[in-house]
Design a binder for this molecule. Structure first.
Ligand SMILES: Nc1ncnc2c1ncn2[C@@H]1O[C@H](COP(=O)(O)OP(=O)(O)OP(=O)(O)O)[C@@H](O)[C@H]1O
Ligand SMILES: [Mg+2]
Length: 1050
C-alpha cells in the first residue's frame, strides 16, 4: 500500500473510531476498569446510570460483576441466553450473571479446582435472585444424566423451602432473606451437578416474636394458615386468620397483595415431597410452627405478689400437645425460673416481664433450632452418597453492609461479617494482581489501598476485641448492663483509631453519637451502634427450666434439636457473638480454600420501582460495597490485560503481518501488531503471557479500529467463503462431469470395440469369402458373393451404354459373367428398341436407302465414306422446277425423285443438261418439257458406276424395248441417285461398280467404252480412242485420312 493510501486509511479509521466511541459512551463502558476517570465516583455512577437506563443492569470491574436490581422482568434469563453464554470467553459477551457462573464452572472443570461466588448487597438488591439465576444456569446448561435429575431437582427445590422458613416481608424487600446462606453445589468429574450442602448463618430469630410495622413474620406461618387446609389446621389447633395470632399481627400487614401465600404453600408442599420429607417429619415440623403461634398467644397476668401467672390454659394445652411436653410442667417452666446455687436448685417465680421474655425466648429458640434441623434435613437429602472426589462451586448469599438510623447487635454482626468478606476480597484481589505481575515478569507498582484488618482486629481480637469484651461483660458476676459494656469498651479500645464514643469524641462529633452509642469507622464508612440490647442478644438466654422441658420433648424434631447432653454440660454455651465469629471464621476458611468470583448487588431505589435510579441511595451502596476501592486495586496501573493469544486473535486483522494468520509465537505477533497500530511505549507492557494496556482509551482506539475493519473482513470472509462454496460446487460438478464423461467414454469405447469386433468378423468373413469366392456357395462365401453381386449390379447402373453405338460394358466378376452377358444383351436390345422407336418413318426410309447404298457401294467406290453423313434428300429438284407438262405427263406414275444431270451422248459424248426424274415405274431423262428418254424399270438391265469418285453412271437398258441404248449420266449425289433408282426399280443386285472401264450399249449390238482414271483435275472428255474418259480428282492426303477414319467408324 502506498504511504498516501495508508495515511488515508488511518485517517478514515480515526474518523470512524470517534463516531463509534461516542456511540459507546451513550451506554457506558461494560467494564469499569475501562473508565478513564476510574477514581471518580461521579464517573462511576454516571456509567452505572447510563447502562441502567438502557436496561443494562450488569457491569464488570475486571471479573467482579456489579448488578443493579431492575425491578422488572428484562427477558435476559431465557434458555437461549444461557446457551449463548455457555463456554464463551468471559469478555466476549456483555456482562451477565451467567458469564460469572459459566466462568467459574469452566475453570472448575478445567482446573478441577473449587470455586465460590460471593453475592453481597443491601436487602432487596437482588442477591437471592442472582443466586437462583446461577443455580438455574447450572441446572439447564450442565450435562445431566437421568439418575442425577433428582439431585438437580432437590438443589433447585431446596430454595423455596428455605425461603419459606428463612425469608420474610420487610420494608425493603417482600422476600427478604433473614439468614445468611452458603450453598455448595457439588459436581462430579464430568461436571454434572450431583449434590449439595447448605450452611445457614445467623437467622434473624427476633422476627419470630416481633415485627416492625409494615413487616411480616417468616412466610411459612402465613403459608400454613392460608394453604394448610382445615384438617391440618384443626390438628394443629389453628385458625386460618393470621390476625388471631400476636406473633403475626404486630406488623399490621399479615395479608400482602404482592405475596400469594396459598400458592407458595403448594410450591413448598411439592418441594417437601421431593426433598424426602416424610409425613411424620412434616407433621412434627408444622407442630413446632403451630406451637410458636400458640406460644405467642399465651397471655400473662400479674398476681398480687407481682408474679406472672397464666390465666387461661387453652394455649398452654396446645403448646404442650404440639411440643410433646406435660402441660403442667410447661406452665411452670413459663412462669418460674430455676436458679442453681452451688449444689441445690431454687425455683423462683418470674415477674411478668421475665415471663414474657421467657416465652419469647422459647419461641425463638424453638424456631431457630427447627430451622437448623430443616437445613440439616435438606442437606441429608442433597448429600451425594458416592464418595468419589467432587469439585464444588459455593454460592454465598449473605447480607450486605447495613447502616440504619439505629443500628443494633444484628447490624454489628452483619457489618463485621462484611468487613471480613471485604478483607478477603481485597486480599485475594491484591494477591491475585501481585501474583499475576510476578508471573508475567512485570514490575509491581505498589497500590495505595485501605487494609481493613485493623477494623477486623478491633472486633474479633481475642481478649482485646469488642466481641471478647462483650462476652466478658456477659459472664462477669455482678450487675452487667449495656452501659457497663460501653464503658468497658471505652476503657479497653477507646484509643483505637477506628473506634469512638460520645465521651471520646471531640465536641463537634459528640452531637452525632448518643450516650449509649459507640461508633466504628468501617472500611465502607462510619456506623454508629446503640449498645442497648447487646448483652441480652449476645447472651440469648433460655432459662434452664424451659430448656429441660424442651430436652424432654416428645416431638422427634425437638428432641433432635435439644439434646439432654446440653443440660449436663454445666459450662455456659458460647455467646451469640462468639458463635457468629466462629462460624464466620469457618466460612472464611471454606472460602479461602476456593477460587473467588464476586457479584455486588445494588438496589436502585427504595420504592422497588423499575427505571428509577436514586443517585443518593446508589452512591451510598457503591461506597459500602467498596466498589471504588476494588476498582482502584483492580486497575493497579493497567486498565486491561489479555492473554497474547486472545488479544492477537481479536485484533490480528489490524496488521497486515498478522492477518490472516500469524505463524510465530503469539507474543511476537502482538508486539508486531501494537507497533503497527502505533501504541506508544508508555501505553502498554508485554508480560510473559499477556499484554497489559495502561489506558482504556488505547484499548478503545484499538477496538474501534477493529470494529471498522470488521466490515472489510466480513466482506473478505464472505467472498472467501463464497469462493470456497463455489469451488466446492464446481469440484463436485467437475467430478460428476468427469464421471459422466468416463462412463460415456466407456460406453462409446465399448460400442467402438463391438463395432471393430463386428468389423473384424465381417472383414475376416469377406477375406474368407474372397478366398473361397470361386468355390460352391457356402456359409463362408455367400455374403461376399452377395456383396460382389450387389456392388456389381449397383455399379453397373452408372456404366450402362448410353446408345447403341456405345460398346463399353463394366467388366463382371467371374461368377457374374453369364448374368452380365444376359444383362448386356438385354441392355442392347433395349437400346435398340428405344432407338428404333425413336426414329420417324421418313428417317427409317432414308436409313433403308442408306442400307441399300451401303450394300451396293461400301468399299467399292471412292467418296462413299464421305457421303455417309450427307443425308439423302427426297428430291433435288423442287416441284416448281419440273416442267408442268412433264408433271402432267407422268403424274399417273407419281414422281418420286428428281435431280439435274448431265447427259452424255452415246456417240459423240456431248454433254447436255437434263433432269433425271424417277417415278414408281420408270426413270425419265427430261429436257425442259420434253421427255428425252423413258427407261422403264422393267427394261433396266443394270446400273454401272466406277469405283472412283466421279459422278458418272450408266443405266443399262434392255434392247428388246424400243430403247435407244444405255443412258450415260453424270450428276452430283451419285450414291443417292443410284440407290433411289435401284430401290424404285427393285434392282439392288444389278448395280455394278467397275474399275478401269465399262462397256455400254450405244445401240443394240453396238457397244462403247468408258474409261475411268484419276488425275489432278476432274474432267470428262472424249479421248483419242473415241472412248469417254472420266478423270476423277485424286484424293488429297487429308481427304484420304478422313475417308479412312470414316471407314473405320462404319
Ligand atoms: N435480576 C432481577 N430481575 C428482575 N427482578 C429482580 C432481579 N433481582 C431482584 N429482583 C427483584 O427484587 C426483589 C428483591 O430481590 P432479592 O430477594 O434477591 O433481594 P436480596 O438481595 O436477596 O434481599 P435480602 O437481603 O432482603 O434477601 C425480588 O423479589 C425481585 O422482585
Ligand atoms: Mg435475599
Amino acid at each position: 500500500m502506498s504511504p498516501q493510501r495508508e495515511e488515508a486509511r488511518r485517517e478514515h479509521i480515526q474518523l470512524h473510531m470517534e463516531g463509534a466511541l461516542r456511540a459507546r459512551d451513550r451506554v457506558g463502558v461494560q467494564d469499569f476498569v475501562l473508565l478513564d476517570a476510574h477514581t471518580s465516583e461521579a464517573a462511576f455512577l454516571d456509567n452505572l446510570r447510563k447502562r441502567f437506563h438502557h436496561n443494562l443492569i450488569y457491569t464488570y470491574i475486571g471479573t467482579l460483576l456489579v448488578s443493579v436490581n431492575p425491578y422488572q422482568e428484562l427477558g435476559i434469563y431465557t434458555v437461549s441466553q444461557m446457551e449463548l453464554y455457555q463456554g464463551v470467553n468471559f469478555f466476549e459477551l456483555p456482562p451477565h450473571v451467567y458469564a460469572i457462573a459459566d466462568n467459574a464452572y469452566r475453570m472448575m472443570c478445567s482446573e478441577l479446582s473449587n470455586h465460590f461466588i460471593l453475592i453481597s448487597g443491601e436487602s432487596g438488591a437482588g442477591k437471592t435472585e442472582a443466586s437462583k439465576k446461577i443455580l438455574q444456569y447450572f441446572a439447564v446448561t450442565c450435562p445431566m444424566t437421568e439418575s442425577l435429575q433428582v439431585a438437580r431437582d432437590r438443589l433447585l427445590l431446596s430454595n423455596p423451602v428455605l425461603e419459606a422458613f428463612g425469608n420474610a416481608k420487610t420494608l425493603r424487600n417482600d422476600n427478604s432473606s433473614r439468614f445468611g446462606k452458603y450453598m455448595d453445589i457439588q459436581f462430579d468429574f464430568k461436571g454434572v451437578p450431583v449434590g449439595g450442602h447448605i450452611i445457614s448463618y445467623l437467622i434473624e430469630k427476633s422476627r419470630v416474636v416481633h415485627q416492625n410495622t409494615g413487616e411480616r413474620n417468616f412466610h411459612i406461618f402465613y403459608q400454613l394458615l392460608q394453604g394448610g387446609g382445615h384438617e391440618l389446621l384443626s390438628r394443629l389447633g389453628l385458625e386460618p386468620d393470621p390476625q388471631l395470632y400476636r406473633y403475626l399481627s404486630q406488623g399490621h400487614c399479615a395479608r400482602e397483595s404482592s405475596i400469594d401465600d396459598k400458592n407458595d404453600w403448594k410450591t413448598v408442599s411439592n418441594a417437601f415431597s421431593i426433598i424426602d420429607f416424610t409425613e411424620d417429619d412434616l407433621e412434627n415440623l408444622f407442630g413446632i410452627i403451630a406451637s410458636v403461634l400458640h406460644l405467642g398467644n399465651i397471655r400473662f397476668e400479674e398476681n398480687p405478689q407481682g408474679c406472672a401467672i397464666i390465666p387461661h390454659s387453652h394455649e398452654i394445652k396446645w403448646v404442650a400437645k404440639l411440643l410433646g411436653a406435660p402441660p403442667s410442667i410447661l406452665l411452670e417452666a413459663l412462669t418460674h425460673r430455676k436458679i442453681e446455687a452451688q449444689t441445690e436448685e431454687v425455683v423462683c417465680p418470674l415477674t411478668l416481664a421475665l415471663a414474657l421474655y421467657a416465652r419469647d425466648a422459647v419461641a425463638k429458640a424453638v424456631y431457630e433450632r427447627a430451622f437448623t434441623w430443616l437445613v440439616s434435613k435438606i442437606n441429608s437429602s442433597l448429600v451425594n452418597k458416592d464418595f468419589t472426589k467432587k469439585t464444588v462451586i459455593g454460592l454465598l448469599d449473605i447480607y450486605g453492609f447495613e447502616v440504619f438510623d439505629k443500628n443494633g447487635f444484628e447490624q454489628f454482626c452483619i457489618n463485621y461479617c462484611n468487613e471480613k468478606l471485604q478483607q478477603l476480597l481485597i486480599e485475594r484481589t491484591l494477591k491475585a494482581e501481585q501474583a499475576e505481575y510476578k508471573l508475567e515478569g512485570i514490575e509491581w507498582e505498589p497500590i495505595q489501598y485501605f487494609n481493613n484488618k485493623i477494623i477486623c482486629d478491633l472486633v474479633e481480637e481475642r481478649h482485646k476485641g469488642i466481641i471478647s469484651i462483650l462476652d466478658e461483660e456477659c459472664i462477669r458476676p455482678g450487675p452487667a448492663t449495656d452501659l457497663s459494656f460501653l464503658e468497658k469498651l471505652e476503657e479497653k479500645v477507646g484509643r483505637h483509631a477506628h473506634f469512638q464514643t460520645r465521651k471520646l469524641a471531640d465536641p463537634k462529633g459528640r452531637k452525632r453519637i448518643g450516650w449509649m452509642d459507640f461508633c466504628l469507622f468501617h472500611y465502607a464508612g462510619e456506623v454508629t451502634y446503640c449498645t442497648r440490647g447487646f448483652l441480652e442478644k449476645n447472651n440469648d438466654l433460655l432459662y434452664r427450666h424451659l430448656k429441660e422441658v424442651l430436652c424432654r420433648s416428645r416431638n422427634p424434631i425437638l428432641s433432635e434439636c435439644f439434646l439432654p447432653a446440653e443440660l449436663k454440660n454445666r459450662r455456659r454455651p458460647p455467646t451469640v457473638g462468639t458463635q457468629f465469629k466462629n462460624s464466620l471464621s469457618s466460612l472464611l476458611e471454606i472460602l479461602t480454600a476456593k477460587e473467588p468470583s464476586y457479584i455486588r448487588c445494588i438496589k436502585p431505589n427504595e420504592q422497588k420501582e423499575p427505571s428509577k435510579f436514586d443517585d443518593f441511595l446508589i452512591r451510598h451502596q457503591v461506597k459500602y460495597l467498596g466498589l471504588m476501592e476494588h476498582l482502584r486495586v483492580r486497575r493497579a496501573g493497567f486498565a486491561y490485560r489479555r492473554k497474547y493469544e486472545h488479544f492477537l486473535q481479536r485484533y490480528k486483522s489490524l496488521c497486515p503481518d498478522t492477518w490472516p494468520h500469524w505463524h510465530g509465537p503469539a507474543a511476537e505477533g502482538v508486539e508486531r501488531l501494537v507497533k503497527y497500530i502505533g501504541y506508544k511505549p508508555q501505553e502498554y507492557k508485554l508480560g510473559r503471557t499477556k499484554i497489559f494496556i495502561r489506558f482504556a482509551r488505547t484499548l478503545f482506539a484499538t477496538e474501534d479500529a477493529f470494529e471498522f475493519s470488521k466490515h472489510q473482513l466480513v466482506a473478505r470472509i464472505q467472498a472467501t467463503y463464497k469462493g470456497c462454496q463455489e469451488r466446492r460446487t464446481y469440484l463436485t460438478k467437475r467430478q460428476a462431469a468427469i464421471r459422466l464423461e468416463t462412463n460415456w467414454r466407456r460406453v462409446l469405447a465399448q460400442k467402438e470395440a463391438n463395432r471393430r469386433k463386428w468389423a473384424v468378423g465381417i472383414i475376416r468373413k469377406f477375406i474368407k469369402g474372397f478366398i473361397t469366392r470361386n468355390k460352391p456357395l457356402s456359409a463362408d462365401n455367400e455374403d461376399f458373393i452377395g456383396l460382389v453381386q450387389k456392388n456389381y449390379i449397383l455399379n453397373l447402373r452408372y456404366h450402362v451404354p448410353k446408345n447403341v453405338l456405345d460398346k463399353s460394358w463394366l467388366r463382371p466378376p467371374g461368377i457374374l459373367q453369364n448374368v452380365s452377358d444376359l444383362l448386356r444383351a438385354m441392355c442392347m436390345r433395349n437400346l435398340v428398341r428405344k432407338y428404333c422407336r425413336g426414329i420417324s418413318a421418313e428417317k427409317r426410309a432414308l436409313m433403308q436407302q442408306k442400307v441399300v447404298t451401303s450394300a451396293v457401294f461400301r468399299g467399292r467406290k471412292d467418296g462413299y465414306v464421305q457421303s455417309l453423313h450427307q443425308p439423302f434428300a427426297s428430291s433435288r429438284i423442287g416441284d416448281e422446277d419440273i416442267n408442268p407438262k412433264i408433271v402432267q405427263l407422268i403424274s399417273c406414275e407419281k414422281i418420286q425423285y428428281g435431280i439435274p444431270v448431265i447427259k452424255y451422248d452415246r456417240k459423240g459424248f456431248k454433254a447436255r443438261q437434263r433432269q433425271l426424274i424417277l417415278t414408281r415405274k420408270a426413270a425419265y431423262v427430261v429436257e425442259l418439257a420434253k421427255i428425252k428418254q423413258r427407261i422403264a424399270y422393267s427394261a433396266l438391265r443394270g446400273v454401272s458406276t466406277s469405283s472412283l469418285s466421279d459422278g458418272l453412271l450408266v443405266l443399262h437398258v434392255s434392247g428388246e424395248d424400243k430403247q435407244k441404248g444405255d443412258a450415260i449420266l453424270q450428276c452430283e449425289h451419285i450414291f443417292e441417285v443410284v440407290t433411289k433408282l435401284v430401290m424404285l426399280a427393285k434392282k439392288e443386285n444389278l448395280v455394278s461398280v467397275v474399275q478401269g472401264s465399262l462397256q455400254f450399249s450405244i445401240s443394240p449390238g453396238k457397244e462403247g467404252t468408258i474409261v475411268f482414271d484419276t488425275g489432278p483435275e476432274e474432267q470428262i472428255y472424249k479421248d483419242k480412242n473415241g472412248q469417254l474418259a472420266v478423270v476423277s480428282g485424286c484424293l488429297g492426303k487429308e481427304e484420304a485420312e478422313e475417308a479412312a477414319l470414316c471407314e473405320n467408324r462404319v
